[in-house]
Design a protein around this ligand. Sequence first.
Ligand code: PLP
Length: 378
Amino acid sequence: MADTNQYYERFNLPQSPYFLSHSVGCISKLSESMLAQNFLEPWKTSGGNAWGPWLELIGEFDAALARLLDSDPDYFCPQQNLSSGFTKFLMSLPKPSAKRNKVLIHPDAFPSMGFVINAMQKMGLELAYVQPSAPTQQLQMWEESLNDTIFCALITHVHSNTGHVSPVSEIVKLCAGKNVYSTVDIAQSAGILPISLSSWNADAVFGSCVKWLCGGPGAGFIWTNPNILQRLRPSDVGWFSHEDPFEMDINSFEYAGTAKRFWGGTPSIAPYAIALGGIRCITEIGVENILDHNRVLMRRVLSNSESVASHAVDINHIGGTLCLPVKENLVNKLSEILNKQKIFFDQRKHVFRLSFHIYNNERECQALNDAFAQVSLN
Ligand SMILES: Cc1ncc(COP(=O)(O)O)c(C=O)c1O
């Protein structure tokens, strides 16, 4: 297990055990200093001339993502969040035919992504669901659902309410074989599961830095595959989507040759200064290292949760969050005890969500185990 004491110091942590990294990861000290030095300081000392260092910072953000996710900085473009990246991507595709107009999604995908598809009805798109199944049956379900009415698929790498991991590479391959655009949501996996965008070879990937990357809200991103990039025609554009933003000719617009064609008007900078600190901090510690630590703590909690769990959780098919289904009659009692102890967790009905990051430790997990024991005694 990683010696987390050497890593605690790098984060600002709440007083009591924090198991909410699937919601908001804790802010690193590096993020605080990046915000002060790379965003506020240039502004304070040089006003509008801060754009030079600010745009350099965005370049570093793209480069840090490229390193973390095994790709090239030019294929990334900052976006406010995943929903907006997904909307922009769908709007950049050629118009779907009336026969092949469905966007396939798992029913456990994050609702926001379903809202995006439904809002695209005016573009002729329709939402379709993959049949829900046990994690081991997922690939078969995708294969059965990828028929010739499907235009695009959104694969959620890690589902937020079950923790289940999707076999992304295999689903992307199925999509490619059926001429379906493949896209991936990595909101719940970036920073906790190793990811190689180059190996996945999906058409587009959407992510954010707010969870396991400890990068705060507002620093999302889109990644687009270089093989289709030149054919993508975003509708939501601005001068920063231009090949030369400073050309300043209203009659001349040329899409940027890189994924920056998805950027738009004057970009925000501050969220990316914070996020860059988070990504660098996580990359330095190492995703593999964080995942190993996560598994040690998760196993410890899982093996003590049998008395409260309504059914078993298979650690081999989940991301960094333990989505623990609690017996109906114990739900209120357990949440009461955890709240009383000021433990940070959340609930989706009877499912308790607990995330184990590098800044969590055995002592905190013992507090959970004690709570389980207390609930089952009563
Ligand atoms: C799997 C998944 N996708 C997407 C999101 C968030 O989407 P957005 O960045 O559009 O708010 C979340 C947030 O919890 C999530 O868990």
